[in-house]
Design a protein around this ligand. Structure first.
Ligand SMILES: NC(=O)c1ccc[n+]([C@@H]2O[C@H](COP(=O)([O-])OP(=O)(O)OC[C@H]3O[C@@H](n4cnc5c(N)ncnc54)[C@H](O)[C@@H]3O)[C@@H](O)[C@H]2O)c1
Length: 309
């Protein structure tokens, strides 16, 4: 039996359904609680949809959708759990009320991880009397397909809980990074925000269309970023001298570009411009059909590169 054999999922929306499928695939029991009456059917349908992809990616290890159970309360769902993944809406009052409710029901030493994208661990710790085993475990959508999970604890967290969470995520097939200090948006969302700010600046200032700015990312540097990080790629960008030579060659260029980057905020006018630009880009395609295409491309990329890592 795997370590952390009993898991619980609190909140089975976009993120919780995907985590459920992955945890089941890894051979765990998954106990779910969600306040929405339709959540059980939606989750079971989602798992059926995700299972072929998980199988293709080699992530199904003696797992079975039959190990999924739905529960009438959060306390009941977590009572036997060794690892709990919380995915309720990104509102501090909902998260802290839930933690206060489940804390007395948890097994000693159970690790509870929050998927929160923007709230900090310190803010969420307000819901706990003893937050030692409460960590951030931030995935990327959809968690059963995108490898990254950002793990963070702070002065109030046991090192063993952070280590345990990393061990668990690695065992279900994820790649983890450890965030050393709390900042809004952790690491990867800040990187996305930095790039997207400049993408919108280029659109707003008429340099290129929404479609062309998107193409400039996925057909250009995005293709490389899917296989290596930006600093590693620049280490390869100036011959044998590596990143030192690259910095020497391009200091003036980067400083000039950085000085010229936009510093806008998202507002109603810009949202309208993006909505129009996206309508021109996608034509008749729906978000559902585009999501299917996205997932197929992600699966193909991961399969094609798995043996080369
Ligand atoms: N969507 C993303 O791209 C993404 C990516 C990474 C992390 N996250 C984070 O994951 C968390 C969940 O986001 P989501 O996109 O899945 O939201 P969502 O709205 O799709 O799902 C939230 C679910 O929680 C349920 N819920 C509400 N109150 C509850 C309660 N008290 N107890 C149990 N269930 C409850 C809702 O019925 C819903 O099914 C958020 O913290 C979000 O920031 C989201």
């Amino acid at each position: 039996m795997p370590e952390f054999e009993n898991t619980a999922i609190l909140g089975a929306g976009v993120i919780g359904m995907s985590w459920s499928a992955l945890f089941l695939a890894s051979g765990r029991n998954v106990a779910v609680f969600d306040t929405a009456p339709q959540a059980e059917k939606a989750t079971r349908d989602y798992i059926d949809m995700a299972w072929p992809a998980l199988t293709e990616l080699g992530l199904v290890r003696a797992g079975s959708p039959g190990r999924l159970t739905f529960h009438k309360s959060a306390s009941e769902a977590v009572k036997d759990a060794d690892f709990v993944q919380e995915n309720v809406p990104e509102r501090i009052e909902i998260k802290t009320a839930l933690y206060t409710e489940i804390e007395p029901a948890l097994k000693a030493g159970a690790i509870v991880a929050s998927s929160a994208s923007g709230l900090t661990l310190s803010e969420m710790q307000a819901g706990w009397k003893h937050p030692e085993c409460f960590v951030l475990g931030h995935p990327f959508n959809p968690p059963h397909l995108i490898p990254l999970v950002e793990v963070l604890g702070n002065h109030a967290t046991l090192e063993s809980a952070i280590d345990g969470a990393e061990k668990f995520y690695k065992d279900v097939g994820k790649i983890t990074i450890r965030v050393k200090r709390e900042v809004p948006g952790h690491v990867a969302n800040r990187l996305q925000a930095a790039l997207w700010r400049e993408a919108l600046h280029l659109v707003k200032s008429g340099v290129a269309s929404v479609e062309d700015v998107d193409t400039a990312v996925w057909a250009g540097p995005g293709m490389r970023w899917a296989v290596m990080g930006p600093t590693m790629l620049f280490h390869l960008g100036a011959g044998a001298g590596g990143i030192g030579s690259f910095c020497e060659r391009y200091t003036a260029s980067f400083n000039r570009w950085w000085d010229d980057l936009g510093t806008l905020h998202l507002d109603a006018g810009l949202a309208k411009q993006l909505t129009q630009g996206m309508a021109e880009t996608v034509g008749e395609e729906t978000p559902a059909s585009l999501s299917t295409k996205r997932d197929a491309l992600i699966i193909a990329l991961q399969k094609a590169t798995a043996d080369l890592r």
